[in-house]
Structures are given as structure tokens and as C-alpha cells.
Write a protein that binds this ligand. Structure first.
Ligand SMILES: C[S@@+](CC[C@H](N)C(=O)[O-])C[C@H]1O[C@@H](n2cnc3c(N)ncnc32)[C@H](O)[C@@H]1O
Length: 283
């Protein structure tokens, strides 16, 4: 019965076009903006640094930090090259507030979606574009093509994002959560267009017109002592942004269900599987 009701809800919302929008995703990030640095970046920033260290840094550059979040990448680059001019864009007001605290006026911050911002950029405006943990939130190929247009000849791009195989533990329990709470579903969160693997990311770079492409894959396993801690973690990092709208993952009762499902399935780890890469625009 639960499954039938879920399919009915999914079909109804799909036909009515009730799907999670970029603004909804921004709202999800607003809710985790104060815990994002401690819970997610605290561990994952090492991969941001690996990604950034793939770029050769000229003395002077105009940089776009796309979906800049709380501003880690911009701060890191300014630490190495204080003369850089950096524009940071993000859809979440909450994340931008955290970025403003971190960056203290050293970066121009804009609240906008990646595609809308890029479409308003002039051709060949930037020497460098970086985008970490966000390319999936808008059609990636479209974003990469716009990045190519906005980069100067020889300009560099670096991205890191989850792969299609990320968070297998959450996938395992999420459908059960949906079945149990199908009544409350008001919007659908569609599958995010993450790349299958590093070869897939390379194909995107090629299709978007880039050359000198290098892509890699990696994974980070988070281990927890209790399913309550794990639930608190997954609901306060942004990892489930958008999925928290389909089922309210900030509700106490739902969190308890998540924790119980983890226990029932013997899940005590969460795996972030990801790919990253860099490429250049033709000279
Ligand atoms: C996981 S965080 C990554 C933030 C930052 N790049 C970092 O490495 O810490 C994802 C960010 O993407 C932003 N975001 C999501 N969808 C977006 C969109 N369509 N346009 C711009 N920013 C978006 C979120 O608000 C959030 O700050």
C-alpha cells in the first residue's frame, strides 16, 4: 500500500510540475549554513585544496568562485595570491553571509544561480573559474559551456563534485523513508546529474570545448559511533540539499526514522564518492 501511495504521489507531483527548484536548494543550504564549515568542510576541504593545487596560478588573475558557499576556495586562493580579483556567486543567502564573515570584503559576493550569473558575464572575462561540490545543481554541460565562454583564451577551470555512486548508504534507506512519509510529499527532488566517473567528467569537459584535461576520482568514508550522530551529520552538511524538501529531514520525528533505518540496515558509515578535474580553454 505504501509503495502504491508513493508512486501515486510521485506521478501526481511530476505531472503538476511540482519539482524542487534551484531556489529551494538555496533554501536548504540556508538551513545548514552555520554548521557547514564544521561538519562538511572540516574534513572535505582537503579535496578542495587538491583540486585548487591542480591549477597553475599566475601572479595576477580575475577569478570566478562559482557556488562559492562559505568562501573556502576564495580565502585559500587569496592566501596564495592576495592580488587576485575574485567574484563569488552563490544562490544561498545563508552561505553568502558565512562567506562575508570569512572574506571580510576581499571578494565581490553575488547572490545568484550559477547559470544566471554566467549568462550575464561578458565573453572572456575570467582567467580562472572554480566550482566545488555544486556543478550537479544545474545542467552541468550547460554550466561548463558557459564557463568556457566566460574564460579568457588559455583560462583554467577546476571542478570537484560527487559522482553518481555517492552516498550509497542514504540511497538504501531513502526509499523506505519516502514510502513511510509519502503522504507529506509536496515536491519531487529529481536525481542529480552527477557524472558516473572521471571519464564521464572528461567527456563533459571535451563537449564544453576544453583541452588539456585531467580528471581523477576519489572517496571519503565518514564513520560514526551512533546512528543518531550519523543522522545529525547527514542532515546538517548540505549533502541532502533538496532531498530534505521531499521529506522534511529537519523534522525531529523524521530524523528519528532516519536513525532507526540506519540501525535496521546496520549502516554506520557514509561514503562520499567524487570526481575532480581541471582543463584549459584553447589559446
Ligand atoms: C556543498 S556547497 C559547496 C560550497 C563551496 N563551493 C565549498 O566548496 O565549500 C554547495 C553550494 O552550492 C550552492 N548552490 C546550489 N545550487 C546553486 C545554484 N543553482 N547556483 C549557485 N549556487 C548554488 C549552495 O548554496 C552551496 O553553497
Amino acid at each position: 500500500m505504501g509503495r502504491v501511495q508513493l508512486w501515486y504521489k510521485v506521478l501526481k507531483n511530476y505531472l503538476l510540475g511540482n519539482v524542487v527548484t534551484p531556489t529551494d536548494i538555496g533554501n536548504s543550504y540556508d538551513l545548514v549554513s552555520s554548521s557547514y564549515n564544521d561538519r562538511f568542510l572540516n574534513i572535505m576541504h582537503k579535496y578542495n585544496i587538491v583540486m585548487l593545487s591542480q591549477i597553475s596560478l599566475p601572479e595576477q588573475a580575475k577569478v570566478l568562485d562559482l557556488a562559492c558557499g562559505t568562501g573556502f576556495n576564495s580565502e585559500y586562493l587569496l592566501g596564495l595570491r592576495p592580488n587576485y580579483t575574485i567574484d563569488g556567486v552563490d544562490i544561498s543567502e545563508g552561505m553568502l553571509k558565512e562567506a562575508a564573515l570569512r572574506l571580510r570584503g576581499k571578494v565581490n559576493l553575488y547572490q545568484d544561480s550559477m547559470l544566471s550569473f554566467l549568462k550575464n558575464c561578458k565573453d572572456e572575462e575570467y582567467h580562472m573559474i572554480i566550482c566545488s561540490w555544486a556543478l550537479k545543481y544545474q545542467p552541468p554541460l550547460e554550466v561548463l559551456k558557459e564557463c568556457n565562454r566566460a574564460l579568457k583564451p588559455g583560462g583554467q577551470i577546476a571542478v570537484i563534485l560527487n559522482s553518481r555512486h555517492t552516498l550509497p548508504e542514504i540511497r538504501r534507506i531513502y526509499k523506505h523513508l519516502l514510502i513511510r512519509n509519502s503522504k507529506g510529499i509536496k515536491k519531487l527532488m529529481l536525481e542529480l546529474p552527477n557524472p558516473k566517473n572521471e571519464k564521464h567528467l572528461k567527456k563533459w569537459f571535451i563537449k564544453a570545448g576544453f583541452e588539456e584535461i585531467y580528471t581523477f576520482g576519489g572517496a571519503e568514508k565518514f564513520r560514526f559511533d551512533s546512528t543518531e550522530d550519523m543522522t545529525q551529520w547527514v542532515t546538517s552538511t548540505g549533502a541532502l540539499a533538496g532531498f530534505d524538501i521531499m521529506v522534511d529531514l529537519h523534522d525531529r520525528n523524521i530524523k528519528e526514522q532516519v536513525s532507526n533505518l540506519f540501525r535496521q540496515f546496520g549502516i554506520m558509515t557514509v561514503t562520499h564518492d567524487f570526481v575532480w578535474g581541471r582543463a584549459k580553454k584553447c589559446e
